[in-house]
Design a protein around this ligand. Structure first.
Ligand code: KIV
Ligand code: ZN
Length: 529
């Protein structure tokens, strides 16, 4: 029977301390609800002495989230501990987490205290916390760089004063795996009374070893893991919850452990955190990154299409991520290309595939990634490029801070000129809405990025847009000195592809069944396309 590992999530405390990741009370509450759904055992939700806001967030979460243990952080001093308890006392299962640095570096340069003074502070503060709350965790901060015999003395003092959890942090992400593992083994063996105490890991990623060290800590005897969603945290971050959990789940053969995490909630947790903080994970982030289940190399695509197990050690479904996808680029092969055409609704004959592959290779040499609309452009009419359906003749916009920006566009198609104006929150949105009304094929923006080329405010803005039109995704990319105009042109490019595809679909239908005069195209454009 695998031993249970307790997941202590500190996204809302250590994670929230990292630059750009701060959250207000309501945001913390929303994230706490998701972490509860995820199934974490302990939720560290704040450091109440630091601000009224954090005190209020801890209080609100303690009042609402009743299943997991709710922990709050306090330095080893009376005001901190009383304040933490003040915020926690309505919790169903409260825990005070108190800490004090124990390495000589911290004693000398930060605390200006002797080892004896620090030992006394540990006994006093853990004792005080215990007088408030039966569940007390103590962390000797910078344990990883603390003299081992002194660390044993500190841990002993905390256990004697009533700590039920001893957390040994590698505060500065300095330890290597074997060192971190040995520290746990030694504390377990040398501190009296450890049968009543749970050991916990807390690692930072300064050397990129946070997850590896966490697993080493488990081998050394820890049964609680402190970690954060997306690995956010001070400096390089903390051990990433999703990586630790999936390593434990997938490598049962060498790690005889299990967690109670509902792994299908991992992706949703990652996405919610990104939405709340605005801090996105890198594409290649393990488990939850956009590329975690994407395959570009031809050999890989071929393998995954035959059986995903060839190149995937976990399924996207197991972490709640959208299903694996094939990214077409210069390393892709015929199998991936044929599959993509099939998914787009165009199964190709062998000679068609050969021709498409030839065009694809030529394009992939010039472009990093080949998108669906590029493939669609190969199709029909002997794999010609898409004709430009609507041309932008004139564009005007007025931006306003009161949420009523306007844009006027004039488009031309087959010698006919169409005008439209729209009002929206921002000038880009107003331009998109005007274009939608003229083309009659409204789009929904999926990606919108602006990149400026060249220094200063007179640089050129490159705009990239990915949008969905009539159930299909298309992209547009343009550059201009005027950001709004660049956005309108990029959107129109994507919209033209959408209009073209809709036309093709209607024509295909017409072959099967004659189109009636009140078809969608006739409705918007009595003159037809
Ligand atoms: O990294 C650290 O040492 C901490 C403690 C407060 C546990 O975050
Ligand atoms: Zn930390």
């Amino acid at each position: 029977m695998p031993e249970k590992i307790f997941i202590f999530d500190t996204t809302l405390r250590d994670g929230e301390q990292s630059p750009g990741c701060s959250m207000n009370r309501d945001e913390k509450l929303e994230m706490a609800r998701q972490l509860d759904r995820l199934g974490v055992d302990i939720l560290e939700v704040g450091f109440p002495i630091t601000s009224e806001g954090d005190f209020g967030a801890v209080q609100a979460i303690a009042a609402e989230i009743r299943r997991p243990v709710i922990a709050a952080l306090a330095r080893a001093d009376q005001r901190d501990i009383d304040r933490a308890w003040g915020a926690l006392k309505e919790a169903a299962r409260p825990r005070i987490h108190t800490f004090l640095a124990t390495s000589d570096i911290h004693l000398q340069y930060k605390l200006h205290k002797t080892r004896e003074e620090v030992l006394k502070m540990i006994s006093r503060s853990v004792g005080l916390a215990k007088s408030h709350c039966p569940d007390v965790e103590f962390s000797p901060e910078d344990a990883g760089r603390t003299d081992r015999s002194y660390l044993i003395e500190c841990c002993h003092a905390a256990v004697e004063a009533g700590a039920s959890v001893l957390n040994l942090p590698d505060t500065v992400g300095y330890c290597l795996e074997a060192e971190y593992e040995n520290m746990f083994a030694e504390v377990q063996a040398r501190v009296p009374g450890m049968d009543r105490v749970m050991l916990s890991t807390h690692t930072h990623d300064d050397l990129g070893l946070a997850v590896a060290n966490t697993l080493a800590g488990l081998r050394g005897g820890a049964r609680q893991v402190e970690c954060t969603v997306n690995g956010i945290g001070e400096r390089a971050g903390n051990a990433s919850l999703e990586e630790v959990v999936m390593a434990i789940k997938l490598r049962r053969d060498v790690l005889p452990f299990a967690t109670d995490i509902h792994t299908e909630e991992l992706y949703a947790s990652s996405q919610l955190l990104t939405r709340l903080t605005g801090v996105a994970v890198q594409r290649n982030k393990a488990v939850v990154g956009r590329n975690a289940f994407a395959h570009e190399a031809g050999i890989h695509q071929d393998g995954v299409l035959k059986n995903a197990i060839t190149y995937e050690i976990m399924t996207p479904q197991s972490v709640g991520a959208p299903s694996n996808h094939i990214v077409l680029g210069k390393h892709s092969g015929r199998h991936g290309l044929a599959k993509r055409f099939e998914e787009l609704g165009y199964p190709l004959t062998k000679p068609e595939l050969e021709r498409a592959y030839e065009l694809f290779c030529r394009l992939a040499d010039r472009k990093k990634q080949v998108y669906d609309e590029d493939l669609l452009a190969f199709l029909n009419e002997g794999f010609q490029h898409l004709p430009e359906m609507f041309k932008l003749r004139l564009f005007q916009s007025v931006a306003s801070s009161d949420g009523r920006s306007t844009a006027t566009v004039e488009l031309e198609k087959d010698g006919h000129v169409f005008h439209d104006s729209a009002t929206a929150e921002g000038p880009c949105d107003a331009a998109f809405r005007s274009i939608d009304r003229i083309t009659g094929v409204p789009g929904r923006i999926l990606d919108f990025s602006v990149h400026t080329v060249g220094p200063g405010t007179d640089g050129v803005a490159e705009v990239f847009i990915r949008a969905r039109f009539d159930g299909r995704e298309f992209t547009g990319k343009t550059a201009s000195h005027n950001v709004v105009e660049a956005a309108a042109r990029a959107y129109l490019q994507a919209a033209n592809k959408g209009v073209y595809e809709q036309k093709r679909a209607l024509e295909a239908q017409a072959v099967a069944k004659p189109v009636h005069s009140n078809s969608l195209t006739d409705h918007y454009f009595p003159g037809g396309y």
